[in-house]
Design a protein around this ligand. Structure first.
Ligand SMILES: [Zn+2]
Length: 172
């Protein structure tokens, strides 16, 4: 089932989310809903707070359609345990900040630990777009958005555009 995506600014997008203690069927269903919502948007990553659920859960799939089979990843309690000194710049966007893009600098590689939908532990090194995406999504779990990396003026400009978009949507 598709879920509505919250649009910035929203207090739920600024919260530090709680770790998941026990994996339940409800949480597995939530992860499936998030993947469906992400693919439909379309996007390459989605974090639970973006649909108003304040748990440490993200989903992502950075395989482009013409590049091969999909690789949907469900990560409960994802944690960055190591980051490269080498940096990478990507033009980032966010499903909670539609149609706004800006360059963000982040570590080029990160090692991430997480639990999958069956509660199995994983650890993997991500590079390039995958590394950027997983860092962007984990930021969401700490109440941080990609626009928080931008200069205040640019951030305020984007926030005002989003406030206007929300007013327009509320009227429609
Ligand atoms: Zn985002």
């Amino acid at each position: 089932m598709k879920r509505p995506i919250l649009i910035h600014p929203d207090p739920r997008l600024k919260k530090v989310c709680d770790p998941v203690a026990d994996l339940s069927d409800d949480l597995r269903n939530l992860a499936d809903d998030m993947l469906e919502t992400m693919y439909d948007a379309p996007g390459i990553g989605l974090a639970a707070p973006q649909i108003g659920v304040l748990h440490r859960l993200i989903v992502l799939d950075c395989v482009k359609e013409d590049e091969g089979p999909a690789r949907p990843l469900v990560m409960f309690n994802p944690e960055i345990v190591a980051s490269s000194d080498e940096l990478n710049v990507y033009e980032e966007g966010c499903l909670s900040i539609p149609d706004q893009y800006a360059e963000v600098t982040r570590p080029k590689q990160v090692q991430v630990n997480w639990l999958d939908r069956d509660g199995k532990e994983h650890s993997e090194e991500f590079d390039g777009l995958w590394a950027t995406c997983v860092q962007h999504e984990i930021d969401h779990l700490n109440g941080k958005l990609f626009i928080d990396y931008l200069k205040p003026l640019k951030r305020q400009m984007i926030t005002r555009k989003m406030q206007k978009l929300k007013r327009e949507r509320a009227r429609a």
